[in-house]
Design a protein around this ligand. Structure first.
Ligand code: DGJ
Length: 727
C-alpha cells in the first residue's frame, strides 16, 4: 500500500515510486508535517517536527507537554487562522460569534484504493482503483464544530499526489469560510528558488525565477479566470536546479478562476507553501450541515531536476486529467479561418478553404467568430447564438454538408460566457450579466460577462448551444473567453452571498462544460481565452487542447511553448502555422509540430512551393504524432537562457524513437553547433532518418550531433528523427 499509517507512532507515510510525504498526529491532535522529498525507506523522522530555534515570543498551547512545540514555528499540516500560528493560514472561518479563530485538529482517518471525484469541480481521475490510493483525514474545530476533511491521493507509479479539502459545517450555526487553501506544505528550509509563469496577451507563460526571501512571495489572479498574467503553476526548486539536477516541487491548481500561490519564509527560515482559491474577494456562507469543496492541487516531486518534474506532469495529465475518446486517438489537423478573414467571410469562401484543405490532407475546417447573430465586428452579437444564414448562404446544415461532402470534419467557435452590450439577449435580459447595482459596468472588447452563477442563464445558453450543435454533425467547438470580470455581483444572490460570485461563476462554467461533454461525448473542445488566457488543468478536464496563444510568430512562440511545457503536455498545446511575416513555412511548421498542429491562414494564397511544404508537414504530423503527444519532452536549449537558439526533443516511452528540433533565433558565430540529445538508451543504436547514419545512444547523448553553421540563418530550423535499429 502506498499510504501507511503507523498507529504506534501515529505517523502517516505517503509514498510514490520516487517520493515520500510524511506527517504525524501529535500531542493534542495537532497534525504536524514532517517530510516531503525523495523516497525514504522508513518513518524514523519524528525529530523533523522541530524547525529549530527557541520559540521565544511564540505562543504555546497550555495542554501540550512539549514546550518546544508552538503553532507559530512547528511545521503544520493544515494551519488555521489566529490560534498561535502567525504564518499565512491555510484555513480561516468567520464563526457565528464574529471572530475568525480557526483551529482544526485530527479526529479520524481512512485509507482506501482509488480516488474520489470532487462534486462540481474538475479533478484528476483513475480508471481503476489500483492506479491510486487515497487518505482522508477528518479534522475538526472543537469550539465551532466546523470540520475540514483533508484529501490526499497518491499516484504511486507517477511520483505525483493531489490534495483538496472538503469543509463541513457540523455545527448548528451558519459560518463563513474566508479562506480554504487546497494545499499547505511547511518546508524545513528556504534554500529554494520559486519558478512561476507570468505573462500577458500574446506573451503567455514566461518563466520567471526568484530566490525565496523572508516574508511572503506570491502569484495570484483576481480577474475571475486563471489568466494570461499568472498561470496557476509554481515550483519550489533547489537553488541552481537545472533541467537535469536538483529537487523540484511542482504545484498546479485544477481551477480556472481566482487563484493564489504563496511561499512564506518565516523567522526560522522555514517555508510555508499554500495554494488555492484566492481569498481576496472570496467568502462562502456555510449553513449548518452544508459542505464546500476546494479545488484540487496537484503536487509533483522530482529529484532529477526541473525537466523530470515537467515529464511527470505530462504523463499524469495525459492519463489522469485529459478525458474522453480524444485522450487516446489522433486529434484532427485543423485549419481555422480567424487570422485570414476575421469576421468578414462568407459560406462560399469557407468552402474554398475546405476544398484547399482537403487537397493538402488537412482533416478539419474550423469556422471562427462571426457566424451568428449580428456579428460583423466585436461590437455586437455575443449571446445571440442563432446562425446568420445570410452570411453562410443557407442553413448551417446545408453549409456543413458541403464541408462534409469533401470528406473533412467541421468545427465552430463559441464564446458562451459572454454577452455583447449590443445584442438581443442583453436588450431582453440586462440583469443577466455580472454587475453591481448603481455602478457603471466596465466594458471590455464591447462585451459583458454573463452571470453563470445563475442557473437560468446557464440553462438558456446551453439550450441555445444544443440547438445549433444538434442540427448537424459538428466535430469540434472552440470555446473562447475574451475578457475578465469586473464589478462582480449577481442580481440573483442576496447581499451576504455576493462574495461567492467569483467562485460560483467558475462552478457555473464547469456546469455548462459538463453538460456539453455529456450531451456530445464525441465533441472535441478546444479552449481559448484571447489565446492562452485560461490555460489551466480545470479547463483541460473538459477540453483536451487549449489554444496556446494568439501570437503565432514562431520565434516568439518559443518562449510561450517552453514556458507552457513546465507542466502542460504537448498534446494540450494548440499550435498553428500562420501567414505571419517572420520565418518561412518550414520553421513555422517545425515550431507548431510541438502541439496540436494546424493552420490559421487562407490556403487559397499558397504558392505551389508552399503547398509542397504543407503536404510534407501533414505527413510529418502523422508520422511524429505518437512520439510528440505521448513521448517524454526534453528541453535541450531554452530560449529563456539562450537568446540565439532553442532546441527540444521528444523520446518515446520505450526509448526507440526520438525527434529533435532546433531553431536558430540569431545565426551563431561558431563554425558549428553541437546538440547533445537526452533520454536515449546509451546501449541502443539509432538511425538518423535524414542521413541514414547510425549512432549509439551514448554518442548522441555525450558528444552530440554536429551541425555546420553554413546553412544556419536567422529563423532557420530543422527537425531530425532517430529510430532504433536492431543490432
Ligand atoms: C480570440 C481568440 O484567441 C482568437 O483565436 C479568435 O478566436 C478571436 N478571439 C475571435 O473573436
Amino acid at each position: 500500500m502506498s499510504i501507511v499509517f503507523d498507529s504506534e507512532k501515529k505517523i502517516f507515510k505517503l509514498d510514490t515510486a520516487t517520493s515520500s510525504y510524511i506527517f504525524q498526529i501529535y500531542e493534542q491532535d495537532y497534525l504536524v508535517h514532517l517530510y516531503y522529498g525523495s523516497k525514504i525507506p522508513d518513518n524514523n523522522v519524528a525529530g523533523l517536527k522541530y524547525r529549530g530555534g527557541f520559540p521565544s515570543f511564540s505562543p504555546n498551547n497550555i495542554n501540550v507537554q512539549d514546550w518546544m512545540f508552538s503553532a507559530d514555528v512547528t511545521p503544520l499540516e493544515y494551519s488555521g487562522e489566529g490560534t498561535g500560528d502567525f504564518r499565512t493560514a491555510a484555513f480561516a472561518v468567520r464563526n457565528a460569534d464574529g471572530n475568525n479563530s480557526t483551529d482544526v485538529r485530527y479526529k479520524s482517518h481512512k485509507i482506501y484504493k482509488g480516488k474520489p471525484a470532487i462534486d462540481g469541480l474538475p479533478s484528476l481521475y483513475v480508471e481503476n482503483d489500483d492506479e491510486a490510493t487515497t487518505l482522508e483525514v477528518l479534522t475538526e474545530d472543537s469550539v465551532t464544530g466546523v470540520q475540514a476533511v483533508l484529501y490526499y491521493t497518491v499516484f504511486e507509479n507517477l511520483g505525483a499526489m493531489t490534495r483538496s479539502v472538503k469543509v463541513i459545517n457540523a455545527s448548528d450555526k451558519t459560518v463563513e469560510i474566508e479562506r480554504v487553501m487546497s494545499t499547505c506544505v511547511d518546508y524545513h528550509t528556504h534554500d529554494y528558488e520559486m519558478l512561476t509563469l507570468y505573462g500577458r496577451w500574446a506573451k503567455e507563460r514566461s518563466l520567471e525565477r526568484r530566490p525565496l526571501a523572508h516574508g511572503r512571495q506570491m502569484i495570484s489572479s483576481k480577474r475571475g479566470s486563471s489568466s494570461h498574467h499568472h498561470n496557476p503553476f509554481a515550483a519550489i526548486v533547489d537553488k541552481g536546479a537545472t533541467e537535469d539536477y536538483g529537487c523540484a516541487y511542482g504545484y498546479n491548481l485544477v481551477y480556472s478562476g481566482n487563484h493564489l500561490f504563496e511561499a512564506e519564509v518565516n523567522q526560522f527560515a522555514g517555508t510555508r507553501v499554500i495554494m488555492g482559491i484566492n481569498p481576496d474577494s472570496f467568502g462562502w456562507k456555510l449553513e449548518p450541515g452544508a459542505e464546500f469543496n476546494s479545488p484540487e492541487a496537484v503536487m509533483v516531486y522530482s529529484d532529477k531536476g526541473i525537466g523530470e518534474m515537467s515529464r511527470i506532469f505530462h504523463r499524469l495529465y495525459n492519463k489522469h486529467l485529459i478525458r474522453g475518446k480524444w485522450r487516446d486517438i489522433k486529434r484532427p489537423l485543423l485549419i481555422n479561418n480567424w487570422e485570414a478573414t476575421g469576421m468578414e467571410f462568407t459560406g462560399d469562401q469557407l468552402v474554398t478553404f475546405a476544398e484547399r484543405a482537403k487537397e493538402l490532407g488537412i482533416d478539419m475546417l474550423v469556422m471562427d467568430d462571426g457566424w451568428f447573430g449580428d456579428r460583423n465586428s466585436d461590437r455586437s452579437g455575443l449571446g445571440d447564438w442563432q446562425v446568420n444564414e445570410e452570411k453562410l448562404g443557407g442553413t448551417l446544415a446545408e453549409f456543413v454538408n458541403k464541408i462534409k461532402a469533401l470528406g473533412i470534419k467541421f468545427g465552430i467557435w463559441y464564446e458562451p460566457e459572454m454577452i455583447s452590450r449590443d445584442s438581443n439577449l442583453y436588450r431582453a435580459h440586462p440583469d443577466w450579466c455580472i454587475h453591481v447595482p448603481n455602478r457603471e459596468k466596465s466594458i471590455a472588447r464591447h462585451q459583458y460577462v454573463l452571470d453563470y452563477s445563475r442557473e437560468d442563464v446557464r440553462d438558456y445558453i446551453f439550450g441555445e448551444m444544443k440547438k445549433v450543435l444538434s442540427t448537424c454533425k459538428i466535430d469540434y467547438v472552440k470555446w473562447d473567453f475574451n475578457r475578465n470580470l469586473t464589478e462582480v455581483g449577481s442580481a440573483a444572490l442576496p447581499a451576504d452571498r455576493q462574495k461567492e460570485v467569483f467562485h460560483r461563476f467558475v462552478l457555473g462554467t464547469y456546469d455548462v462544460m459538463n453538460r456539453l461533454t455529456k450531451e456530445f461525448p464525441d465533441l472535441l473542445i478546444e479552449n481559448c481565452s484571447g489565446g492562452g488566457g485560461r490555460f489551466d488543468p480545470g479547463m483541460l478536464y473538459f477540453s483536451p487542447q487549449i489554444w496556446t496563444s494568439d501570437n503565432t510568430d514562431p520565434i516568439e512562440r518559443l518562449t510561450i511553448q517552453f514556458g507552457t511545457s513546465m507542466c502542460y503536455p504537448a498534446s494540450t498545446m494548440g499550435a498553428h502555422v500562420s501567414a505571419c511575416r517572420r520565418t518561412g513555412y518550414d520553421t513555422k511548421g517545425n515550431v507548431a509540430l510541438w502541439g496540436t498542429f494546424g493552420y490559421e491562414l487562407d490556403p487559397n494564397k499558397f504558392t505551389d512551393a508552399d503547398k509542397r511544404i504543407v503536404k510534407r508537414q501533414v505527413k510529418e504530423y502523422h508520422k511524429y504524432y505518437d512520439v510528440i503527444h505521448f513521448g517524454d519532452l526534453y528541453r535541450l536549449i531554452s530560449p529563456f537562457d539562450n537568446p540565439k537558439r532553442a532546441a527540444w526533443e521528444f523520446v518515446s516511452e520505450d526509448k526507440n524513437e526520438a525527434l529533435l528540433t532546433v531553431v536558430t533565433i540569431t545565426r551563431p558565430e561558431d563554425s558549428a553547433i553541437f546538440i547533445k540529445l537526452k533520454g536515449l538508451d546509451p546501449d541502443k543504436y539509432y538511425m538518423d532518418d535524414e542521413t541514414d547514419e547510425v549512432y549509439s545512444g551514448a554518442l548522441l547523448m555525450n558528444a552530440g550531433l554536429c551541425f555546420p553553421n553554413e546553412d544556419i540563418s536567422d529563423g532557420a530550423s530543422f527537425v531530425r528523427y532517430f529510430k532504433v535499429i536492431e543490432n
